[in-house]
Every structure is written in C-alpha cells, then in structure tokens.
Ligand binder design. Sequence first.
Ligand SMILES: Cc1cc2nc3c(=O)[nH]c(=O)nc-3n(C[C@H](O)[C@H](O)[C@H](O)COP(=O)(O)OP(=O)(O)OC[C@H]3O[C@@H](n4cnc5c(N)ncnc54)[C@H](O)[C@@H]3O)c2cc1C
Ligand code: FES
Length: 284
Amino acid sequence: MYKILKKQKWSDTIYSNWIEAPFVAKAAQPGQFIILITNQKGERIPLTIADSNAKEGWVQIVYQVVGASTLELSLMNEGDSLYAFVGPLGIPSEVENFGGKVLIIGGGIGIAPIHPIAKKLKELGNYVVSIIGARTKDLIIMEDKMREASNELHIATDDGTYGQKGFVTNIMDDILKKESEAIKDIWAIGPPIMMKMCTRVANEHNKQIWVSLNSIMVDGTGMCGACRVSVGGKTKFACVDGPEFRGNLVNFDEMMLRQKQYCDQEREALMLLEEKIRRQASNG
Ligand SMILES: Cc1cc2nc3c(=O)[nH]c(=O)nc-3n(C[C@H](O)[C@H](O)[C@H](O)COP(=O)(O)OP(=O)(O)OC[C@H]3O[C@@H](n4cnc5c(N)ncnc54)[C@H](O)[C@@H]3O)c2cc1C
Ligand code: FES
C-alpha cells in the first residue's frame, strides 16, 4: 500500500512523488491535503494534493526539503512504500462558476497546491487568470500544468531570470488596477509572507481573497491544537476548519511567530539525520 509509483527531482530541494492511494484519489477535492508518515518512527508530514487520478488510483504530492522528515521522504525511491498516507483532509475549496474571471496566485512550492484549484475553476467554466512566481527560474514548477489549467498565465521571478522581474504582488496589483470589477474571487497560496502581502493588495482593492494556511500540524484531527490560527479574532484549527480561510481575516503575524517556535528542535532533528546518513555512507 502507498507505493511510490513515480518520483521526480525538479530542483535542488523540490521533489514530486506519485503515490498509489486509490481511496484518497477517489475522494480528493481541490484544497485538500494528506498527512503521510515515511516509516514506523517517522513524523507526520502534511502535504497538499497537487493532482490525483481516481481511475488510475494515484495522488501526486510536491514537496520541498526543509527539515528531517522531508529529507527522509526525498531519500525514498520508486517502488518503496510509505508507512501511512491519510486523507483527504481539510475542507475543499469553495469553487463554483462565478460567471467571470478568477485570479489565482501561486508562489514557490505554493504553485503545487494552487494547481488543482485553478484546474477545477477552469473546468467549471470560469476564466482563470493565474500568476506564478518564485525567487529564480529554476524554482518555477508546474508551468505546463498551470498553463493548461489557466486561460492566462503570468510569471514573475524575484531576480528577473524568467518572466517579469519582481514579486507576484506587482502583477496582481496591475491586474486589479485594470480589471478589479471583472475579478470575482481570488486565491493565493505560498509562503505566509507572500499570502500576507497578497491579502494587503486585495484589501487595497476592496477584494476578498482565499489563502491556505500551512500552520504546524500534529494529529490533523482538531484534537491537539497545534495548528490553531486566529481568523476574524476567533481561534480556528487549520486542519479541520481550513486549511483555506479568507485572508482578509487572518492574523498572519501571529501565525508566522507560531511557525518559528520549534526551530531549535527541528534543526537538531535535521543534524541527527544528516549525521546518520553520513555514517551509513561511510560504512558502505
Ligand atoms: C495543510 C498543509 C499543506 C502543506 N502542503 C505542502 C506542500 O504541498 N508541499 C510542501 O513542500 N510543504 C507543504 N506543507 C509544509 C510541510 O508540511 C512542512 O514543510 C514539513 O512538514 C516540514 O517537515 P520537516 O521535518 O522536513 O521540517 P521541520 O524540521 O519540521 O521544519 C523545517 C522548517 O520548515 C518550517 N515548517 C515546519 N512545518 C511547517 C509547515 N507546516 N508549514 C510551513 N513551514 C513549516 C519550520 O518552521 C522550519 O523552518 C504543508 C503544510 C500544511 C499544514
Ligand atoms: S493538527 Fe492538531 S488540531 Fe490541527
């Protein structure tokens, strides 16, 4: 069960795996995520469903190696099986035919979770205007898939190595200046700071915006409280009440502070794993 059917390396730190998971594939909807565990002693890793195929029974995940658990996942190969793969979790995106244009913004690894939302919105008959961005050209992922899922695709890189030089928010602001009325809804997924800035631009144009909160999660069932966020002054759990919320109501500063709280333990776990890998390599 949960066999890695295919694995691709897209950049120094970004990988995509296609996992055999027929029940998850059958039920998956845009905006939802899974929690996987690589081995019996592994940590739980929440990852968004980037694509799925109910007929063929697979789920695609795209992940960036940022610490011990994602490094462990990246070391698994095609044919290996994951210990657990639970989902789909979370409330699906509120997509429908809005009778006009929708604006979709994906930053960095956030391009993967925004893809199924764009795809579904286009299938439903919306005119999908997408903006994808990353620090540099090599980190722009899923360009072909995003082109297919969009009626218009804009690309931005911070260093100008591809597309327009600058942030996704520059293009977002230009689009809203020209056609704010025509844009019926907005989704933005990426690093918290990007979602905060996109929300600021949306607020300046009096627009509502959806964001997907990747707060730290433990059980993924609403019991442990690890993923709590403040939305409209109320406590919400990203795993069961989200992960999508109206960005206009999210307290991003509090969320970003909470994400940093385990930094020391995370660094230690990564160092221990790297040391173990080095020892295994030198023992042949
Ligand atoms: C609903 C949800 C969907 C997600 N979807 C994706 C996805 O599609 N692709 C992807 O690459 N990542 C995604 N993430 C983030 C991913 O789960 C974390 O990067 C991963 O769990 C980190 O584990 P680690 O042990 O490798 O790193 P750790 O050692 O735990 O952390 C290393 C660094 O990553 C940061 N970090 C840890 N957990 C998170 C988190 N949940 N969100 C953001 N930063 C974190 C830490 O602050 C630290 O700086 C998602 C998170 C959530 C909650
Ligand atoms: S992860 Fe435990 S309450 Fe959400």
